[in-house]
Design a protein around this ligand. Structure first.
Ligand code: 5BU
Length: 260
């Protein structure tokens, strides 16, 4: 796959989705392509880290359902921080059901995800209905959807054909789908955003088959646009200085890619 050497702001012009445009522009303005996966189980700690690392990030990824002490006001506090530091809120919900169900899960329940998450993601296994259901709730709020095209876990069942079929589904909903969760750029089309989780400065794995890549490999070799790091930052002694290292590595790699 030939990786796009266009700048993020150039790529913003190709987007049908206002959310995708916004993310490309935000990255260029703030000079960061670093996302943090805040897999944190307590609200006060989540808010503290979001406030501390917010200036380094283009995106904060949450798993809202792992919080031990979720309260309905928490999402609004996260939104305040997202506004203060200018980052995107991505709820990593991985919807994977029929359209009617995912719409209920997206809009309702105790989390009311559509009210606060700028972007969410979905598996394409159920077919187009999962996208249609989410789009019905998300379009009117100008939200964006990311489709899972590749996973980082060892032995996952997403083969090359699945990834290509996911791209084809995305193309049918290009005003709402903004890109992919993927380990490699899925298309040469410049408007798709490639989000890559499982990024770590050292490429160790965990005991459950998580497979990490470095920021350099992700951006320069694999065509990632947004690197998403978690334990690599959160388990370090100084999370702010470590986040800055990730930010620099991601941004340098992007600048080098633009020079190609
Ligand atoms: P880590 O601490 O950097 O390993 O966290 C990885 C995060 O990314 C975690 O929230 C996962 O749910 C998420 N993830 C992933 O690791 N791999 C994938 O393929 C997808 C999501 Br999709």
């Amino acid at each position: 796959m030939i990786v796009s050497s266009h700048s993020y702001s150039e790529r913003a012009h190709y987007c049908l989705s206002p959310m995708a445009q916004n993310i490309f522009q935000l990255m260029e303005d703030k000079q960061t392509n670093l996302g943090l996966t805040a897999d944190i189980t307590h609200a006060d700690q989540l808010l503290e880290i979001a406030d501390l690392l917010g200036p380094e990030l283009c995106l904060l990824k949450t798993h809202i359902d792992i919080l031990e002490d979720f309260t309905p006001d928490l999402p609004q506090q996260l939104r305040k921080l997202a506004l203060k530091h200018r980052f995107i809120l991505f709820e990593d919900r991985k919807f994977a059901d029929i359209g009617n169900t995912v719409k209920l899960q997206y809009e309702g329940g105790i989390y009311r995800i559509a009210d606060w998450a700028d972007v969410v993601n979905a598996h394409t296994l159920p077919g187009p209905g999962v996208i249609q259901g989410l789009a019905e709730a998300g379009r009117k709020k100008n939200r964006g959807l990311i489709l899972l095209a590749e996973m980082s876990s060892k032995g996952n069942l997403m083969n090359a054909e699945y990834t290509q079929q996911t791209l084809q589904l995305a193309e049918q909903f290009a005003d709402f789908v903004i890109g992919f969760i993927t380990q490699h750029a899925v298309s040469t089309d410049p408007h798709w955003l490639n989000f890559t989780p499982a990024v770590k400065l050292d490429e160790s794995n965990d005991k459950f088959g998580q497979q990490y890549v470095t920021p350099q490999t992700a951006v320069l070799e694999n065509g990632s646009d947004i690197i998403i790091a978690g334990r690599g930052i959160l388990q370090s002694d100084n999370i702010l200085s470590t986040a800055r290292l990730y930010r620099e590595a991601g941004w340098e790699s992007y600048l080098r890619r633009c020079e190609r």
